[in-house]
Design a protein around this ligand. Structure first.
Ligand code: GLN
Length: 477
């Protein structure tokens, strides 16, 4: 068994056909995970005992002739801000560096019920704020294609875990690009779902009106399998509407004749790396060859997305992070101080990193009396304009295609001293979070220096099945 060539379907066939046992499979992936982790810092925790215990359960099921699900025994990795019962879940922050949750996030529970084998918990930027995992309390994750480069972020560990072959799929979160950007940098598929399509119960809240959870995998078909497992209404998350969940695997091979693809001209403007531009344009040509109709469209509000995002996001973050005070849980401060106020100052002062403090300051500022109207309220109005722009363009075209990130992965340290440069990396990913629409990153080429390039296929709300269909057709081409 060469674990490099495995996909979810191949694992399933191999287990059912008794070509290998789940214990053998799990041991191979655990070994790979440990080796790669030394070089790339992908995992905050590797959960060997848990994985082997789960593998044994799957082997027992198979030996008694019980039917297994397509995800039974498939090795996966979970971003460390997603709660896993009894397993350290740090959000890559010092303040939660000892936090062991007493319950599973809904997505984890769903995957557990289908027999997931969790290899470990993956690294991220502290509280998922960042685009390179360099803001992690546990140090940066390195890019599997070139360790001098970032794996992207915030879900850099989850993207690298799949790209380095340490598991077959992983979960991440995307509030402003944190699935798509690392997927693009690491050359894997990654789906940012419609706001509310997947439950966020049990996941550290950052910006509650933007947060989404979604999968990474080597290919689009595997993404579809994971979506079948995790999508849908959850009574523990009132933002999950009762919209029916399609079978995401079923329509993957539908032809795309007459599909109308919009190409937003703003996504190819100056500031976009020339190799990225050429690769995405070539990919669009290939889809045209399958009968899709290509139309140039304009989304002039794109240029305001970063400004809106970096007001709304810190505003909501500052409110959500107010709950971390190290009283009922979280790391105790070294010096408790004299008063309750001292305790708050010390626990939060010691527990949060610089980027988090920066965002709490910006967020509380834009929400404060006197500035609320000028910043937060104004940003909300522009947000509505951006939403309207997407609604209107989807009356004309079925989907949009453009680069996921303006450039390929950057070097570790390159943007670390300039937060604004780090924010600008998100210019093409934040509009979809602002509008709540889904977008799928699909790898579409390599730079001359050997780094992956990704494109995103963007659709109206709840069009994930269509995006997966197009992504799958492209991948086969
Ligand atoms: N890079 C973005 C930020 O720093 C994305 C974060 C995310 O999607 N979690 O806010």
């Amino acid at each position: 068994m060469d674990i490099k060539d495995l996909t979810i379907d191949k694992v399933h066939d191999g287990l059912v056909g008794k070509k290998f046992s789940c214990l053998e499979l799990t041991n191979s992936f655990l070994e790979k995970a440990k080796n790669e982790n030394e070089k790339l810092n992908i995992y905050i925790t590797i959960t060997d005992k848990e994985a082997l215990k789960q593998a044994k359960i799957v082997d027992d099921k198979i030996s008694t002739g019980e039917e297994i699900s397509v995800l039974d025994g498939v090795p996966c990795a979970i971003k460390d801000l997603i709660n896993t019962k009894g397993v350290l879940s740090t959000s890559a922050s010092k303040i939660l560096s000892n936090f062991v949750p007493p319950y599973d996030a809904t997505v984890v529970k769903k995957l557990r019920d289908l027999g997931m084998v969790m290899i470990g918990k993956t690294n991220l930027d502290e509280f998922a704020c960042g685009g390179s995992t360099e803001y992690s309390y546990f140090g940066p994750t390195r890019n599997p294609y070139n360790p001098d480069y970032t794996a992207g972020g915030s879900s850099g560990g989850s993207a690298a875990a799949v790209a380095a072959g340490t598991c077959l799929y992983s979960l991440g979160t995307d509030t402003g690009g944190s699935i798509r950007e690392p997927a693009s940098f690491c050359g894997v598929a990654g789906l940012k779902v419609t706001y509310g399509r997947v439950s966020r119960s049990g996941i550290t809240a950052l910006a509650s009106s933007l947060d989404t959870v979604g999968p990474f995998a080597k290919n689009v078909r595997d993404i579809a399998h994971i979506m079948n497992a995790i999508a849908g209404r959850d009574v523990n998350d009132s933002t999950t509407p009762d919209v029916s969940v399609p079978n995401y695997v079923k329509n993957l091979d539908n032809d795309i004749k007459n599909l109308k693809i919009g190409v937003p001209k703003e996504y190819f403007d100056e500031g976009i790396d020339s190799e990225v531009k050429a690769s995405v344009e070539a990919a669009i040509k290939k889809l045209e060859g399958q009968g899709a109709r290509i139309e140039t469209v304009s989304l002039p509000m794109t240029k305001y997305a970063i400004a809106v995002y970096y007001i709304v996001m810190p505003a909501e973050l500052s409110a959500n992070l107010a709950r971390y005070d190290s009283i009922r849980f979280g790391l105790k401060p070294e010096n408790a101080g004299e008063s309750l106020e001292d305790y708050y100052f010390n626990s939060r002062g010691e527990g949060f990193g610089d980027e988090i403090k920066r965002r709490i300051m910006i967020g509380t500022y834009v929400l404060s009396a006197g500035y609320y109207d000028a910043y937060y309220k104004k940003a909300q109005k522009v947000r509505t304009k951006i939403i309207e722009e997407f609604n209107n363009v989807f009356k004309k075209v079925d989907v949009l295609i453009g680069p996921t990130v303006p450039g390929p992965a950057f070097k570790l340290g390159e943007k670390l001293n300039d937060p604004l440069q780090m924010y600008l990396v998100d210019s093409l990913t934040v509009p979809m979070n602002i509008a709540g629409v889904p977008a799928l990153n699909v790898p579409c080429g390599m730079t001359s220096s050997g780094l992956p390039i990704g494109m995103q296929i963007i659709g109206p709300q709840f069009s994930e099945d269509k995006l997966l269909n197009i992504g799958n057709i492209y991948e086969k081409l």
